[in-house]
Ligand binder design. Structure first.
Ligand code: PLP
Length: 548
């Protein structure tokens, strides 16, 4: 049924729907009785026209209600499978782009929420229509973000998660998932290289929040009184991170009342790596000005350039001055699973805390992000309030499994099941080969860009999956590399990207950095991508670039 028909639903059907809702919600009548009351209405149960959600489980528990429910779910699954099939079909567009005003027009009344219920045929059509305008982030030519791809096991794991629909705050209501969280976090800590059986951690809603946990724990270690007394009892705390670090570090300084001016940006070298000597210098300056340095965050795979800070050298400086050492490898953490590439994170085992997003490099569906700590107990001490309606201290089981009081949330989504299921399906070696393959593709892309004319690298030797480059159109190639050329170059990537989005064939990000004009930030993290897709992207940039 189309939207038009949906809105023109026969008056009698509307009345019937409203009737079903009202009587059923009072629990007065069975479906049969309703049918009698409504007279000769003969719906076709193989279709969902004129069928309302009140006629599914849990309202209608009859055989018929059960059958309808399973038919309805299978219809939804069909819609999803169709989307997945299209996402993997290179002849399908990555997106069907509309400007906000025209999308509003296209969907128009379809988005309205009204007093009367819609039938399930409409609901199915709503699902289809929604997916039609979604960006196919699992498409092999979607390169726009650090989290791309659609892993079948992770996705079905998320379906199970939705069906189990529980909250992670206590063992009481999430017994299996709590144990899985312990297993997975322990495994991640072992991979980091911390002593077996030690340490702590929790899944957080994204790397930005995982980083917040790290700063919070670090502040608790230096100044635990803040928990009760607030920042007025704190000295002027100073934290450090590189100028290329993720913006969440600085924002966390704002959130925690430390202040963004007390989050010092450390200089980076030509590759974008934090310069340890500048860190040392900045620590001295902070101390001399009466501040108390307490935290440094090194980045393992910067968001833009994919650079790895020298963790060992930064640890040396941090520990000399008694700072908490955090490694934000939200993006690069997965590299630890590769024997060949874990060296990028050499020294990580010396850190006090680590942010690691399985929803990026490892390809877990959104969202899945861990904060891992070397010391056990600090999260609990820092965050727990022992709300006595949830975390009763006299429960009949081992309450150390009530992990929720370590969190800064109350309810917590189950982010672990899909990751656990992926790990079962891939094993360590599956993740390793996935990551090694992505690295091969990155090397392939770099080779192609070197061979072709008009491409210039932002950093000469990218060490990871981010390959940042400029495309210089033919008519600009004779120009000297000066600020005049930069002004023109700055406009190239946004224009090509806009044309790309209108055509819908592929998607790649662009951005400026410091004084550098806009460049393409190509990220390879999509397991669906093959070398031909990389060729396609470069060809597309060349083709569109010449249209400028
Ligand atoms: C992506 C990223 C984050 C933020 O993670 P979210 O899950 O998007 O909150 C933090 N740090 C780095 C280095 C990142 O790349």
């Amino acid at each position: 049924m189309s939207y038009e028909l949906g809105t023109l639903m026969h008056q009698r059907d509307r009345k019937r729907a409203a009737y079903l809702f009202r009587t059923k919600s009072l629990g007065k009548n069975s479906i049969q009785e309703n049918e009698e009351l409504l007279g000769s209405f003969e719906p076709d149960w193989s279709k969902f026209e004129n069928v309302f959600m009140e006629e599914l489980l849990p309202k209608d528990i009859s055989k018929q209600g059960q059958k309808r429910t399973s038919q309805f779910i299978l219809e939804v699954v069909d819609i999803l499978i169709d989307y997945i099939r299209k996402s993997n079909d290179r002849s399908t567009k990555v997106l069907d782009f509309h400007h906000p005003h025209s999308l509003k027009e296209a969907l128009g009344h379809c988005l309205n929420l009204d007093e009367d219920p819609r039938d399930l045929e409409q609901i199915l059509s709503d699902c289809k229509e929604t997916l039609k305008y979604c960006v196919k982030t699992g498409h092999p030519r979607f390169f726009n973000q650090l989290s791309t791809g659609l892993d079948m096991i992770a996705m079905t794991g998320e379906w199970l998660t939705a069906t189990a629909n529980t909250n992670m705050f206590t063992y009481e209501i999430a017994p299996v998932f709590t144990l899985m969280e312990e297993i997975v976090l322990t495994k991640m800590r072992e991979i980091i290289g911390w002593q077996e059986g030690k340490g702590d951690g929790i899944f957080a809603p994204g790397g930005a929040i995982a980083n917040l946990y790290a700063v919070l724990a670090a502040r608790y270690r230096i100044c635990p009184e803040v928990k009760e007394e607030g920042m007025r009892v704190s000295p002027r705390l100073i934290m450090f991170t590189s100028e290329h670090s993720h913006f969440s570090i600085k924002r966390n300084a704002a959130i925690l009342g430390i202040g963004t001016n007390n989050c010092i940006a450390i200089k980076t070298d030509a590759q974008g790596k934090m310069i340890p000597e500048d860190l040392e210098k900045q620590i001295e300056i902070a101390k001399a000005s009466g501040g108390v340095p307490f935290f440094v965050s090194a980045t393992g795979g910067t968001t833009v350039l994919g650079t790895f800070d020298p963790i060992n050298e930064i640890c040396d400086v941090a520990f000399k001055h008694g700072l908490w050492m955090h490694v934000d490898c939200a993006w690069g953490g997965g590299a630890l699973l590769s024997k060949q590439y874990k060296k990028l994170l050499n020294g990580i085992e010396r850190a006090d805390s680590v942010t690691w997003n399985p929803h990026k490099l490892m390809g877990a569906t959104l969202q899945c992000s861990g904060i891992l700590l070397k010391e056990k107990g600090i999260l609990e001490n820092c965050n727990s309030l022992r709300a006595n309606y949830l975390f009763q201290q006299d429960k009949h089981y081992d309450i150390s499994y009530d992990t929720g009081d370590k969190a800064i949330q109350c309810g917590r989504h189950n982010d672990v099941f899909k990751l656990w299921l992926m790990w079962r399906a891939k094993g360590d070696i599956g993740f390793e080969s996935q990551i090694d393959r992505l690295m091969d593709l990155s090397i392939y892309l770099q080779g192609q860009l070197r061979e072709r004319e008009g491409f210039e690298f932002v950093i000469e030797e990218p060490e990871f999956l981010n390959v940042s480059f400029w495309y210089v159109p033919k008519n600009m190639r004779h120009m000297p590399k000066d600020s005049q050329r930069d002004v023109l170059l700055d406009k190239v990537a946004p224009k090509i990207k806009a044309m790309m989005m209108e055509r819908g064939t592929t998607m790649v990000g662009y951005q400026p950095l410091g004084d550098l004009p806009n460049f393409f930030r190509m990220v390879i993290s999509n397991p669906a991508t093959i070398p031909g897709d990389i060729d396609f992207l470069i060809d597309e940039i060349e083709r569109l670039g010449e249209e400028l």
